[in-house]
Design a protein around this ligand. Structure first.
Ligand code: MEZ
Length: 550
């Protein structure tokens, strides 16, 4: 990293003085000012929706508005004819969907789980630093609640938040009994780390691959159940009974290259977030499938959405090397001592400030010319990772963060010796589908859980509350479905037709959901499936309509 030699020298020479010194934490007035001027949520890159249940209300980011008001890929004369009948259709194969499937096992209900990629391909596996739960000696669910409420700017749905915090310890027990190997201290107690906004250490982790470990266990467990997996089946549209109730979905079987209609008594939406729509061109830490499909589908059914004016930009996204841009450098690294330092070697803010404040402050340093420019034209600030071993003893970084070391060593960067260049990355969708405390949306027949929902985290989620969210509310959604499952209903596209009629008043040629990020070049129909369906078509003279003719 010769190109950064001068700045690295400044960083190294300020290190002895910085080592045991904390940096300022902005007070609430300064934090507010910082957010308003520099945080991407506050820069006016948003608008009101003109159609659908949220029309004329809270603004949403421009890129998301375009998708929410977009047209369906379903041909206007498509007539839904169910090929699959199930009691519960879960849409989404991440942590929330898998947890719901496990909870429904043995209840007597038939369950199908559809995911556009494979079971486990989701933001859950991207979560590194941990899961919060009030299990420490000085901790309590009340304390967890208070911390998360302050972090969420007091705008959290307090009922949902209370449930999250109260169910924390039991959720850890459930995950451990399934086989999750959370890190322990030498005395056999779970090791707890601090996180931004936690007043006591409360974050359990599996090194720096906590989400991957949780998903490993959930995935194995789901495969042992009677859940019917519909992998590579993207949800194109929800269907309804003609009287407003959701009664299933139209999926697109990516391998067969055709739509499949599913009739279900209940649908659980668990499609996760939307970082891959790359708001304002930001890089993202999200999984390739995180394109907000569930929001789009639910909105067309008449579901109200909440708090989508706020997204979380994780302060420590990778800025260099170019191939890793946007990838997460877990907050846990900051929590055990890596400082955030500008090009001049100045430790300009306490690295455990709330994520939104820290992200705003990094963007400010760069805007005011105190950032470090990469050879690829990006600018970041330093995360002084060598300090971790200096503060916690040699070997700490490699032992606790093997994922980070492995990721960077491929580019000949050793984070124990060289600081990492960081810039905020689009990390989490704070808002989403409005749900009640039983995970019911305002549309009968449709439940939702996990990142696709809004309200729980208010305007800013604390580290480790998303892995807890998927566990608590994945289970809760399933329990609520079990207690309230409706009878099977008719399968129509009435809600879609109503939405289509409403959107004739706007000019928007977008077809949504997006399914995959544009830059990935991924298509809904893999090339092999296209060839196969072409062969089938030739041999039978059967010409199905291409619903993706956009
Ligand atoms: O919950 C998160 O977003 C999380 C644990 C992220 C991280 O920094 O590791």
């Amino acid at each position: 990293m010769d190109w950064a030699k001068e700045s690295l020298q400044k960083l190294e020479s300020s290190r002895p003085a910085r080592l045991n010194q904390s940096a300022p934490l902005p007070d609430s007035t300064a934090a507010e000012a910082l957010l308003k001027k520099y945080h991407p949520d506050y820069l006016g890159h948003e608008r009101q929706l003109a159609v659908g249940p949220n029309a004329g209300e809270q603004k949403v980011p421009l890129e998301l508005a375009q998708l929410l008001e977009g047209d369906s890929p379903i041909e206007p004369d498509y007539s839904p004819d169910p090929e699959i009948k199930t009691d519960v259709l879960i849409i989404g194969g991440g942590g929330a969907g898998a947890t719901a499937a496990l909870t429904l096992e043995g209840t007597g209900l038939t369950v199908h789980l559809a995911t556009k990629l494979r079971l486990g391909d989701s933001n859950t596996v991207m979560a590194e630093g941990g899961i919060q739960s009030a299990i420490g000696p000085d901790d309590s669910p009340r304390r967890h609640f208070a911390d998360a409420l302050v972090g969420g700017h007091g705008e959290n749905d307090v009922n949902l938040l209370r449930i999250l915090c109260e169910q924390g310890p039991e959720s850890i027990r459930w995950l451990s009994q399934l086989g999750c190997l959370f890190d322990q201290n030498e005395d056999g107690q779970f090791r707890l780390r601090g996180g931004g906004g936690t007043s006591v250490p409360r974050v359990l982790a599996c090194r720096d691959y906590t989400g991957l470990e949780i998903m490993r266990v959930l995935k194995d467990a789901v495969r042992l159940t009677d859940t019917q997996l519909l992998e590579e089946h993207a949800a194109m549209e929800l269907v309804d009974d003609g009287n407003g109730r959701v009664t299933g979905a139209i999926l697109f079987d990516r391998n067969a290259g055709r739509p499949v209609c599913v009739s279900a008594r209940a649908v659980i939406m668990a499609t996760g977030g939307s970082g891959q729509i790359r708001l304002q061109g930001f890089p993202t830490s999200n999984h390739i499938g995180a394109t907000g499909d569930g929001l789009v589908l639910a909105y067309r059914q008449g579901c109200r959405l909440i708090d989508l004016d706020t997204y979380q930009y994780h302060p420590s996204g990778t800025c260099y090397p170019e191939a890793l841009v946007g990838q997460l450098v877990t907050e846990a690294i900051r929590s055990i001592g890596a400082q955030v330092v500008n090009a001049e070697g100045v430790h300009f803010i306490d690295e455990m400030a709330y994520r939104d404040v820290l992200a705003g402050s990094i963007i400010k340093e760069i805007a005011e010319g105190r950032g470090v420019k990469t050879p690829h034209g990006k600018t970041g600030v330093w995360l002084d990772t060598p300090m971790i071993d200096m503060k916690n003893g040699p070997g700490t970084l490699a032992r606790q963060f093997p994922g980070l070391i492995h990721r960077f060593e491929r580019y000949h960067i050793d984070p124990t010796q060289t600081p990492i260049l960081i810039y905020p990355t689009l990390h989490y969708q704070n808002g989403g589908i409005l749900v009640d405390s039983e995970c019911r949306s305002n549309i009968p027949g449709l439940w939702a859980c996990g990142e696709v929902t809004g309200g729980l985290h208010g305007k800013n989620r604390l580290m480790g509350n998303s892995l807890l969210d998927i566990t608590v509310f994945g289970r809760r959604a399933a329990q609520s479905v079990l207690a309230n499952i409706p009878e099977r209903g008719a399968v129509t596209l009435t809600n879609l037709q109503r939405f289509r009629a409403e959107r004739t008043k706007i000019k928007n040629k977008t077809v949504s959901p997006k399914f995959f990020p544009t830059a990935s070049g991924m298509k809904l129909t893999p090339a092999k499936a296209q060839e196969k369906s072409q062969k089938d078509t030739n041999s039978s003279n059967f010409e199905p309509r291409n619903p993706f003719n956009f």
